[in-house]
Ligand binder design. Structure first.
Ligand code: FES
Ligand code: FES
Length: 162
C-alpha cells in the first residue's frame, strides 16, 4: 500500500491505495471524480487526460503513488459553479461533441494547449496537438473549431489563469 497526498481541484486529499493503482483509478474510484474517462488500455485515446503540475498528462499512464504531492486539475475543476469554463462553453457552442466520451480529455488537452501557446493557435497546430486524443464519432471538425474559438478568447487575456 502507498499513502498518497494530492491536491485535486483545489482540495487536499490523502488516501491509502494499492501500489499499482493508476492515477485515473485513484481519481475515479477513490475520489469519485468520474468525469475523467478510461477509453482504452493502451495509452492511446486520451480520454483520461488531466492537468498535473501544469501539464496535460494521460492519467492512465501514471501511478497514483508517483503523483504523490501533485497538484491535479480534472474536468470537474474547470467550471465555476453553474458557469462553464470558457473552453467548455466553446465546445458546447460549436458542437464539439456527440457521445461526449472523449470530451473531458479533449477539453483538458485544449486547456493545456491554449495555455502553452498563449491563445495563438491555427488549425494545423490544433489538429497536430490533438493527435493523442481520439474521438470515435465527430470527425474532429467541430472539436477543432471549438478549440480555435476558445483560444481566440484568450489572446488578450492572462492564460496562466486558464
Ligand atoms: Fe488513458 Fe486511453 S484511457 S489514453
Ligand atoms: Fe468523442 Fe464521441 S464525442 S468519442
Amino acid at each position: 500500500m502507498s499513502t498518497v497526498h494530492m491536491t485535486v481541484n483545489g482540495s487536499r486529499f490523502t488516501r491509502d491505495v494499492p501500489d499499482a493503482t493508476l492515477l485515473v483509478h485513484f481519481l475515479r474510484d477513490h475520489l469519485g471524480l468520474t468525469g475523467t474517462h478510461v477509453g482504452c488500455d493502451t495509452t492511446q485515446c486520451g480520454a483520461c487526460t488531466i492537468i498535473m503540475d501544469g501539464l496535460a498528462v494521460k492519467s492512465c499512464t501514471v501511478l497514483a503513488a508517483a503523483a504523490d504531492e501533485a497538484d491535479v486539475t480534472t474536468i470537474e475543476g474547470l467550471a465555476d459553479g453553474d458557469r462553464l469554463h470558457d473552453v467548455q462553453a466553446a465546445f458546447r457552442e460549436h458542437h464539439g461533441l456527440q457521445c461526449g466520451f472523449c470530451t473531458p480529455g479533449m477539453i483538458m488537452a485544449a486547456v493545456d494547449m491554449i495555455r502553452r501557446h498563449g491563445g495563438v493557435l491555427d488549425e494545423a497546430t490544433v489538429r497536430h496537438e490533438l493527435e493523442g486524443n481520439l474521438c470515435r464519432c465527430t470527425g474532429y471538425h467541430n472539436i477543432v473549431k471549438a478549440v480555435l474559438a476558445a483560444a481566440a478568447t484568450y489572446r488578450d487575456r492572462d492564460v496562466t489563469a486558464l
